[in-house]
Design a protein around this ligand. Structure first.
Ligand code: ASP
Ligand code: MG
Length: 406
């Protein structure tokens, strides 16, 4: 019997009626003759509320306790969905991360999945039970609950699909697929029928909220057939797949943006070997991810300015780490700026075509938008700009790359 993993996001399970609606979708898959593993998120808004509770007591709170608090949202929905399924006459049981167990490392708040045990689960599936798995949570090496980072239920779902060698992993959400860019900002955005794993990986890591980055990384590694679909409408979604399954290829497939960026400039840092290591080492130790980096040439050969970006949520942590190192780093000033946005164009076509970056720079220049930081990789170009230009930049780039819906 084939196994299918279905994942339902926060808005899809946002009320009791919606949970009943999800139960009907699960039933349809059971009626089609498949074994079904369902992975659920917390009801929409719940995780934010739980995060907020922690922050109100201590902004930089103990991460183990943070996990123990924020993992509870998924426990509620997994139980409720199991009950809703039972009410439809379908045998169903909820599973928490520790009950599977889904083991993770100890990076609380953004733990990585190490393994999923499936022997007991398989036996229950074979016996005709639907498994309702609480997403987002795992079991750490010291026996404590961990969470997998915001949006982590997607990764729970892909991990389950990989571990069970599932036929498909269907991610049901409140949008009906992956778009060329955010349709709430660019009305001419188009839904993509298919997108490569690599492009989806970049889109997700550069700000598209539709899938958690790690879920795409894992799907790519284990070749999980990943589909993004609406839980409210019966329309075809977007399939994330290998490049050779895609016939019609664009130079640029999508444009992502992220407001979750903050820029830090260290003014007059010593310009000598070891300084970058002294700055970024402690940040890494504090679990702060640094993204774009530019270092200016020093005018006098002794000091330079260094600019880099971190996630907005990590800004205060990063400032504290750097201030603590002030004695060693001898920078003159630290200038934080969180009114920035990172805009990125992504496409596997860039590998074989020049000029993609130039089109981006020209388009932004024509609109009078100043570029603060640039970074590129094989299949993307990213720029950091002032946040107020987000809409203008997205619309201009979307038409410059010929992505506008006709
Ligand atoms: N409930 C968690 C969050 O809001 C995990 C998820 O929904 O994927 O981030
Ligand atoms: Mg999500």
């Amino acid at each position: 019997m084939a196994c299918v993993v279905q994942k339902f996001g926060g808005t899809s399970v946002g009320s009791i009626d919606r949970i009943r609606n999800v139960a009907r979708r699960v039933k349809a898959e059971v009626d089609a003759g498949n074994q079904v593993v369902v992975v659920v998120s917390a009801m929409s808004g719940v995780t934010n509320q739980l995060v907020e509770y922690c922050a109100q007591i201590a902004p930089l709170c103990d991460q183990k306790e943070y996990d123990s608090v924020v993992a509870t949202g998924e426990q509620v929905t997994s139980g409720l969905l199991a009950i809703a399924l039972q009410e439809l006459g379908i045998p169903a049981r909820s599973w928490l991360g520790w009950q599977l167990p889904l083991r993770s490392d100890d990076a609380h708040g953004k733990a990585r999945i190490l393994s999923v045990e499936t022997a007991e689960l398989r036996a229950r599936l074979d016996a005709g039970e639907v498994a309702v798995v609480a997403g987002f949570q795992g079991l750490g090496p010291d026996g404590r609950v961990t969470t997998l980072g915001r949006g982590g239920s997607d990764t729970s779902a892909v991990a389950m699909a990989a571990a069970l060698d599932a036929l498909r992993c269907d991610i049901y959400t409140d949008v009906d697929g992956v778009y060329t860019t955010d349709p709430r900002i660019v009305a001419k955005a188009r839904k993509l029928d298919k997108i490569t794993y690599e492009e989806m990986f970049e889109l997700a890591s550069l700000g598209a909220k539709v899938l958690q980055t790690r879920s795409v990384e894992m799907a790519m590694k284990y070749r999980v057939r990943l589909q993004v679909l609406s839980s409210f409408e019966d329309v075809p979604g977007t399939l994330v797949c290998d490049e050779d399954e895609i016939v019609e290829r664009q130079l640029v497939s999508g444009i992502a943006y992220s407001r979750d960026e903050a820029r830090i400039t260290l003014v007059k840092v010593a310009d000598r070997p070891g300084v970058a290591a002294a700055i970024f080492g402690p940040l890494a130790d504090a679990n702060v991810n640094v993204d774009m980096i530019v270092q200016n040439v020093s005018e006098d050969g002794s000091t330079t300015d260094l600019t880099f970006t971190v996630g907005k949520a990590d800004l205060n942590r990063a400032i504290k780490v750097l201030e603590d190192q002030r004695g060693t780093l001898h920078f003159e000033r630290l200038v934080p700026d969180s009114n920035v946005v990172k805009v990125s164009v992504i496409g596997v076509g860039m590998r074989s075509h020049a000029g993609v970056a130039q089109t981006m720079f020209r388009t932004l220049a024509e609109r009078g938008i100043n570029i603060l930081v640039i970074s590129t990789s094989e299949i993307k170009v990213s720029v950091l700009i002032a946040e107020e230009y987000t809409e203008l930049a997205l619309r201009a780039l979307h038409s410059a790359y010929g992505l506008d819906a006709g």
